[in-house]
Design a protein around this ligand. Structure first.
Ligand code: ZN
Length: 83
């Protein structure tokens, strides 16, 4: 199960399989589609997980970045007044 990072699943029959790398999954997907004319979906588990984490991190960074930018902007007119 651990080596199956790329899942392929047919929308038109019960065909589904998992692969350790994208290349093999693409070959199997293309084979099934060309042989049967079915439409095959695929999922990349590791990438999906990474994107989800990156999204969470970006959300947290974005909020604190906005707060910092606002206080920095408030400081600018004051130092401009002093000089
Ligand atoms: Zn199929």
């Amino acid at each position: 199960m651990d080596e199956g990072n790329v899942l392929i699943e047919c929308r038109d029959c019960t065909f589904r399989d998992s692969f350790a790398n994208l290349g093999r999954a693409r070959v199997a997907l293309a084979d099934h589609e060309s042989e049967t004319g079915h439409g095959v979906d695929w999922q990349i588990n590791r990438v999906a997980d990474g994107v989800e984490r990156a999204g969470d991190d970006a959300g947290i960074c974005g909020v604190s970045g906005c707060t910092n930018t606002e206080s920095a902007l408030l400081d600018w007119p004051q130092s401009d007044d002093e000089s």
